[in-house]
Ligand binder design. Structure first.
Ligand code: C5P
Length: 235
């Protein structure tokens, strides 16, 4: 398979292929936090994140969410539709923690019902600032796109919450990225793994907070999530 590197992200590398509307995404054995300021290279991390993402993208597709997922190759490569990424990170929060509690007086652990859907600019150099609807309008994003993103993010939240409830994990919050495919369809893109979501069970984290706060081995935790998901979800 001939492939050419087109984008080197923090923990994934995107390659173009002979098919112009597809890309290959290599999930690396690498983890970063604090906008790349903290970094490590845990063995097996790329593969487990790729497998969890595949499983969740497939579940979302089954439930009517269009995603960029096409296929997975051994061991940590995902074949995806080529999409034009919208440089906005959509964060959904069911429980207050993280930056929400650092930046406001909202109490840690408070349940957010209805869930909070927030938009952040995807720009490391600007430290991913929180966006307002007016700022998004000024940047040229239409109200149609804004409502499409909110509607999709809420639907994704319902589907994922349901899946994680089955394996007795609380889906605390997560980040989504979207793009448009060659036919201009809105697709859920990027990755869906504990690298971009918080998952709690019995007061413990099973996500990137283990790395951020140096509280445990992320690969062990991610593998437990994967194995629980595999035991519960029939593909
Ligand atoms: O840091 P914060 O509390 O805003 O993160 C909310 C959720 O979004 C967390 O699950 C975090 O892992 C995810 N996130 C992410 N990438 C970012 C910012 C947040 O995956 N750049």
């Amino acid at each position: 398979m001939t492939k050419t590197e087109i984008i080197k992200g923090k923990v994934k590398t995107v390659f173009s292929t002979a098919e112009p509307d597809k890309v290959l995404i290599q999930y690396e054995d690498k983890v970063t936090a604090g906008n790349g300021r903290k970094i490590d290279f845990p063995e097996g991390k790329g593969e487990v994140c790729c497998e969890i993402s595949e499983l969740l993208f497939k579940e979302l597709e089954k439930n009517g969410i269009r995603t960029h997922y096409v296929d997975r190759y051994p061991f940590a490569i995902m074949s995806c539709k080529k999409v034009d990424i919208i440089p906005i990170e959509v964060v959904v929060r069911n429980v207050a923690t993280g930056s929400l509690c650092r930046q406001t007086y909202i109490e840690e652990g408070a349940f957010l019902n209805p869930p909070l859907v927030e938009f952040y600019l995807k720009d490391d150099l600007k430290d991913d600032p929180l966006l307002t609807t007016d700022r998004m309008k000024c940047m040229g994003y239409t109200e149609i796109l804004y409502s499409e993103l909110i509607t999709s993010a809420i639907k994704v939240n319902n589907i994922l919450t349901n899946i994680f409830n089955k394996i007795e994990f609380t889906l605390v919050d997560f980040k989504l990225e979207y793009g448009h495919d060659s036919k201009d369809n809105l697709c859920l893109a990027d990755e869906l793994s504990p690298d971009g979501m918080r998952l709690w069970k019995d007061g413990k984290s099973f996500d990137k907070d283990l790395f951020r706060k140096e509280k445990g081995d992320i690969v062990v935790a991610y593998k437990q999530i994967l194995s629980d998901l595999k035991n519960t979800i029939t593909l």
